[in-house]
Design a protein around this ligand. Sequence first.
Ligand code: AMP
Length: 278
Amino acid sequence: MKVIESLDEWKELRPGLSGSLGLVPTMGFLHEGHLSLVRRARKENDHIVVWIFVNPKQFGQNEDLDQYPRDFARDLRLVREMDTDYVLAPTVEDVYPAGFQTHVTVEVISKPLEGTNRPSHFRGVATVVAKMLCLTQAHRAYFGQKDAQQSLVVKRMVDDLGMLTKIVVCPTVREPDGLALSSRNVRLAPAQRKAATVLFRALKEVEAAVAAGERDGETLRAQMRALLAEEPLAEVDYISIADPGTLEECTTVQDSALASLAVRFGDIRLIDNLILNT
Ligand code: AMP
């Protein structure tokens, strides 16, 4: 496994790679969710590159950039075990050198849900993903369903700008009690960790309601809101039952819907989602 911390070094190396290349973009502090993407990439490509970079442009001013957990040595150990060919871990100055002034804005799909409370988040995501796709010329790039809106934003960008990389979205990996794995989970105090299962419980409750015939969007949102209200440590950012393609809130659920939510436990903000099929 080759660890590359300079983009110039990667630019020299890339033209010499033949066969297919799979890219797994991450912000590090890897867990089984990330590793499921690496495993899938490993199966489907001749070479794989894991990108590890805590992207400052996708954090807002009052967000947890400084507290974001990092453990590069452990990340390297984990990806080495997965037979990774390349780790690309550039510095912030290398990705955004002085004079950097090009940003990618995916307009409509970036606005609701995460975009409401994190207005510059997807501009940061789209910009860094565009740069990664240009640099790597990857045949496939692997993203998690855990960040459902991110996958939609990236797919929209790739289609709109005619990028050739295929975007592969992989299922959410969860703890046995349903909590979606996230690098931020380590920051939860024991009581918050226990309370955090409320996200998945709320999603499963509306899934059961839809299976039992409920189709009214507002009723489903109210059900989630009521369950969250029973958890004193949870402060809701948003609750949504939306069209899984456009993210417009559903009045009535037709074929399927994306149930999603963002909840704060102190200064730790968790998100989760589930596709509801009628
Ligand atoms: P992050 O390091 O949090 O930016 O995540 C990097 C990639 O891993 C993103 O595509 C995420 O959607 C994906 N990911 C994060 N958590 C999970 C999870 N629990 N299951 C599957 N994929 C995940």
